[in-house]
Design a protein around this ligand. Sequence first.
Ligand code: PLP
Length: 406
Amino acid sequence: MEKLFNTPAKFEKICYDLRGPILEKAEQLESNDESIIKLNIGNTTPFGYYPSKNILNSIQTHLSKSSGYGDSQGLIEARLSISNYVRKKYNHVIDKKNIFIGNGVSELILMSMQAFLEKGDEILVPSPDYPLWTASISLAGGHAVHYTCDYSTNWFPDLDSIKSRISKKTKGIVLINPNNPTGAVYSKSLLQEIVKICKKHNIIIFSDEIYENILFDNYVHHHVASFSDEVPCITFSGLSKSHHICGFRVGWMMITDRSLKLKKINHALNMLASMRLCPNIPMQFCIQPALEDILSKPDYYRSINHQLAKKRDLSWDLLNKIPGISCIKPNGALYLFPRIDKKFYNIKDDEKLVLDFLIEKKVLIVHGKGFHWHNNDHFRFIFLPSESIIQEAIERFRCFLKDYSQ
Ligand code: PLP
């Protein structure tokens, strides 16, 4: 009998709906010449945001000499630029040997979980989350234990929820700040409280800061590694979102380990980095000009954030005007995570809701459960499109909900 190859069981419990069945349906509709407003991923370029000339020129200048393999942790010049940036911006000193460059933050999230986790280890992950974290923990043999972020406190992590989820198996906690999908930007005092909990329970922090430069209304980003004291902190950041180069795949991970608790794990990380040989070389030449731009042209980035804030305001306002929809105003990142009041709408399955919306009104959004949110009463909306498209998408949602019942 012919041998069949099944999907390994470890994939069965993994949820990655950002590019899952709803996207497949959208692509099927598009192949039938339907035009879809795609608001499922924070990909800036299709919405008219492009990389700067400095970035493109740097790649072009170095392209012809960058076809060989390079250092498996990333080019030394690029790691020095990251170290310089973090020192100037956050007064945080990090040695180049503690920086790993990756093909996007995504690769480094997967790698770090492979390096850190033993079978059965638990990692605290926010709910709602960016689903790659939960998926990477499961794939590495660990368990993601979700703590609640609280709608009533601007989506800040609930400290009691964090404390109540800690067990003997807890190894680390994931923070996403600024947050996807809620747009929350954490205060320094909140982060300090989390550091205290981690210190007490000997837990590592994994801080995903990919939106560190997308902030609104004078909100400030606090880089937790700069005040995590002896709590080890692995920080993740990159250029996909702030520099509109999602497709170039440039990210990095920095290990802050003042008490040398992670010494042995560095070996595993180095091994994994060597096994993937090296991150894409030409794209690492984006890092120096991109980070210099951030430091030397704050007004330019402020003006982009200002434009984005206008779109956020429009989306927030229009969504809140729909009966039964309420939404916290995000202070950073690219997303709104509105709530649907079930007293107004009879929703049993949020994935079916977004699928029905897609089929009926040709707009693609993502349901809250795709972000490991425990109730079927939220969805994520991206405010990157032009104002007219935002208006159109929200108007279609308003009309759709009016008659919707499952
Ligand atoms: N972390 C968060 C919170 C994200 O939202 C994303 C992408 O949307 C990533 C990581 C992955 O980013 P990258 O493009 O660097 O792989």
